[in-house]
Design a protein around this ligand. Structure first.
Ligand code: F6R
Length: 624
């Protein structure tokens, strides 16, 4: 995830500030979308000025003196690295060979390798490791073939597969900022003094509240006097380098302008009351972006894992729960000896770790000290280490032999949500691929699971919208309780553990998860009239759970369940249910955690707590 901004002033005096300063202010409002490098391109009377650098916004703007640059139009970018590590050269804007075209981009161009190779063979020289740079060279190539700048831009967009919001300056067509959107968000802001393009409304909220939200496959430009929006009618991914402009339909932008009355604080959260709720809603996108990017990265890792004697997955808190899901799937689908360990406990297993082991270290932040220390210990014993993290170039990534990156975008709420589902989706993909590669999973079954996985983001969206009203209602009951159990079997256990962690973290209600079959060996002693027990039922294990529910009900428990549709005994067994679409058991952890996240969130809100900043907790724990 990155933040992009484009600004065209109506006159050189508009907004009464240097353009560099306005870009800086807008980028600061987008900082939550990424903060590993920053840059801008401004067109002034002296021509195109580009400044960019690795680092956080506050450091970079003073280092590069953003505020001193003035001009009439320009673009800016704050980066969350996906392709290419954070560095000065990989920071945006990215340019073509001539240095006339400057591009800022948010998203992932899936077919960038293919485009890059084709452009290199036509003489283009690439400087960065980014996927974005192909856009600048594609535009340049079509201009070389004789197209106008704007047609060349439109033509370039037709070749892009993946997600993108782009803003482009081409000095050969002065005064305009071209834009295009597919999947990644992009909005236009309008005021008397300026027009804005941005990844999100808060960027320009101090200047404009009249907005146009762009839709997929829309492109166009803003200039001092115009807003042009067109819809691409056909997307031609073939790279034949002909000069036929793409077919588009013009859109009357005046019909799309809406006035918003958000406060800047509300807007940063995209209209949601808390980052946590926003991030729960971002989960389908987090999983989709992660799946797109890992599907190309994991081949090598699959081969390495196939040779390992044992695969250990380590992590803390929520990341440990992802490790549990991963180890169960590796055992089940790939018949690999695999165990999950809590990072801070790894030292007690160190004597048995050796160079036949592979250790997958999971951490959204990549900075958790317990996980870093464990990685150092196991490396010392010769194990191969693979980081699974959401932060490119984090300490964990740098200290591990190899890295896999989730693409959830920055997570601001302290309680992990979207990074967890992205981790689980990655490990599911890995286990299915390894099972297919090792032949323990029938190749048809592996393909079926992968196709189903690609549809999971859609299922997640529906699940969020159907579970949210129910979570609000049930939170009223949970908010009156002091303690709660979450029970499940198999993959339902880590899902229960994660559900319990969320409730205790943000609603401060004691919650414990147990294997359902284990509940009768002690925990049941606490259960009396009205004691809440949540059951996680993912699919095949449903019948095994029935007797555990009956045991609890016989002691007066108040029962809640997350169950797949069609589980006939639900009505008889449970006081409240979240009924979810039935999906393969192996993939259910990615989706079935959603009701628990929403339940914890609404319970915290009902009780008057701030779910974004739970007491005593920090987003990144760097102490042992
Ligand atoms: C739970 C939570 C913590 C983290 C844990 C590990 O909502 O946020 O339990 O999961 O501190 O953090 P990372 O994944 O950054 O290593």
């Amino acid at each position: 995830m990155c933040g992009i901004i484009g600004i065209v002033l109506s006159s050189s005096k508009a907004l009464s500030k240097n353009l560099g300063r306005v870009i800086r202010e807008c980028l600061k409002n987008l900082e939550y979308r990424g903060y590993d490098s920053v840059g801008f391109a401004i067109v002034s009377s002296e021509g195109l000025i580009i400044r960019k650098s690795k680092g956080k916004i506050d450091e970079v703007v003073s280092k590069l003196s953003f505020d001193e640059f003035d001009g009439i139009y320009g673009v800016g970018h704050t980066r969350w690295a996906t392709h290419g590590r954070p560095s000065d050269v990989n920071a945006h804007p990215q340019t073509d060979c001539s240095g006339k075209v400057a591009v800022v981009h948010n998203g992932i161009i899936e077919n960038y390798m293919e485009l890059r190779d084709a452009l290199i063979s036509r003489g283009h020289e690439f400087r960065s490791e980014t996927d974005t740079e192909v856009i600048a060279h594609l535009i340049e190539e079509y201009k070389r073939l004789g197209m106008s700048s704007y047609d060349a831009f439109k033509k370039a967009v037709t070749h892009l597969r993946g997600s993108y919001a782009v803003a482009v300056i081409d000095v050969d067509d002065p005064g305009k900022i071209f834009f295009a959107r597919n999947t990644s968000p992009l909005v236009i802001g309008i005021s008397r003094e300026a027009k804005f393009l941005s990844s999100d409304i808060p960027a320009f909220l101090d200047y404009s509240r009249d907005v146009i939200v762009l839709n997929d496959d829309e492109l166009g430009y803003i200039s001092k006097d115009a807003i042009v929006i067109e819809k691409l009618v056909d997307k031609d991914l073939r790279l034949e380098f002909d000069r036929v402009p793409p077919k588009t339909e013009f859109i009357d932008y005046r019909l799309r302008v809406r006035h918003i009355d958000w406060t800047p604080e509300m807007a940063k959260k995209g209209g949601y009351p808390h980052f946590m709720l926003k991030e729960i809603h971002e989960q389908p996108r987090a999983v989709a972006d992660t799946l797109i990017s890992i599907s190309k990265e994991l081949d090598n890792i699959v081969k390495l894992l196939s040779k390992a004697d044992r695969v250990l997955l380590i992590g803390s808190g929520t990341s440990y729960h992802a490790a549990l899901v991963g180890s169960l799937l590796l055992n089940e689908l790939a018949y690999v000896k695999s165990h999950a360990l809590i990072s801070s406990e790894v030292r007690w297993f160190i004597n048995s770790i050796d160079d036949d082991d592979v250790v997958i270290a999971i951490s959204q932040s990549g900075e958790t000290i317990d996980t870093l220390l464990a990685v150092r210990d196991v490396r010392g014993k010769g194990a191969l280490t693979i980081a699974l993290t959401n932060v490119i170039d984090s300490t964990l990534a740098r200290e591990s032999h190899l890295s896999i990156y989730t693409r959830a975008g920055p997570e601001i709420g302290v309680a992990a949500t979207k990074t967890y589902v992205a981790q689980v989706a990655t490990l599911s993909y890995l286990a299915i691929s390894l099972g297919g590669y090792m032949g323990t999973l029938d190749s048809n079954k592996a393909s079926e699971l992968k196709s189903e996985l690609s549809l999971i983001p859609e299922v997640m969206s529906t699940t969020i919208s159907t579970c949210e009203p129910r979570a609000r209602v049930i939170s009223g009951v949970i908010g009156t309780k002091h303690s709660m159990y979450y029970l499940g079997r198999g993959l339902g256990l880590p899902t229960s553990m994660e559900g319990a962690l969320k409730l205790k973290e943000i609603a401060y209600i004691h919650a414990e998860a147990y294997p359902a079959g284990e509940s009768k060996h002690g925990p049941i002693a606490l259960v009396d009239e009205g004691f809440p027990v949540a059951f996680t039922v993912l699919g095949d294990e449903a019948e095994l759970i029935v007797s555990n529910v009956e045991e609890m009900k016989a002691r007066g428990a108040w029962t809640l369940a997350v169950v797949p549709k069609g589980f006939e005994k639900s009505v008889k067994l449970f006081d409240y249910i979240f009924e979810l679409r039935r999906i393969s058991y192996e993939l259910a952890p990615i989706v079935y955690i959603i009701p628990y996240q929403l339940l914890a969130y609404y319970t915290a809100v009902t009780l008057g707590y701030d779910p974004d900043k739970p007491r005593n907790l920090a987003k990144t724990v760097t102490v042992v």
